[in-house]
Design a protein around this ligand. Sequence first.
Ligand SMILES: [Zn+2]
Ligand SMILES: [Zn+2]
Length: 277
Amino acid sequence: MLRRMKKDGVHPNLATFKVILSACGHAGCVDDANACVNAMRELFGLRADTELYDCVIDLLGRTGRLDDVEEKISLMPVQPRLESWLMLLGACSNQADLQRGEYVANQVFEMFLECTAPYVILSNMYVAAGRDSDAERLLSRMKEKGLMQSGECSYIEVDGVVKKFSCDDRSDPQEQEIHDELGRLERLAADADFKATSHGDVASDNTSCYHTERLAIAFGFSCTVHKSSLFVAKSAQMCSECHVFLKIVSKVCDKEIIISDSTGVHRMQDGACSCAN
Ligand SMILES: [Zn+2]
Ligand SMILES: [Zn+2]
């Protein structure tokens, strides 16, 4: 299309190249992307902005070139945004490069004091590496800094992006989709003999807002079909009903569900939890 645009005399702009880079990223074509960036500069005289840099970072991260991502970030002529750093951290998580992840997260902690995402992503990486106590320690540190609000909330990371679920925030554009997915999980659990005791149908009334880990898990299910495990960090203690519910979901959906709450890390698989409750 770019070649045709050139032939037809249509001048591409930065948006054109962002789309091309995004396509290269999904297809893993690093060489094509490099050629495209060069053409952008040399043939069309366009200069990259932060968003275009992010496309390049995303592409390199997806293809596992973490050294190149670090180099790109350090050489950026503009100040890298939080998003750029989180993309690198997310790529470290996808590549299970814990050492680099720790290094990157520590830099983000210092540069962006108010940001919860690096804590959640790094905790997720610790949990994936079986280092549950390090994950707990890190989330406690996040809490001590006042980053986890006192109201009950849950965090889940999907592809380097951290999503927060809290009682008071009902503005999620995907809310209907998430509730539909939660309804589906609850029907599956009900078929497997799960009886909701105190809260009734959490998908249809307001009480679900106190069980934000369910919403986070439903969100995780709705967008990560391919993943074998889901990790959620919760600010308060999980109630016993959610504990039972999620254990059943881990069995009927054949997924490992890991919840870090105020009491510790719960690894649920095949209907059982590591806490032995
Ligand atoms: Zn609950
Ligand atoms: Zn447990």
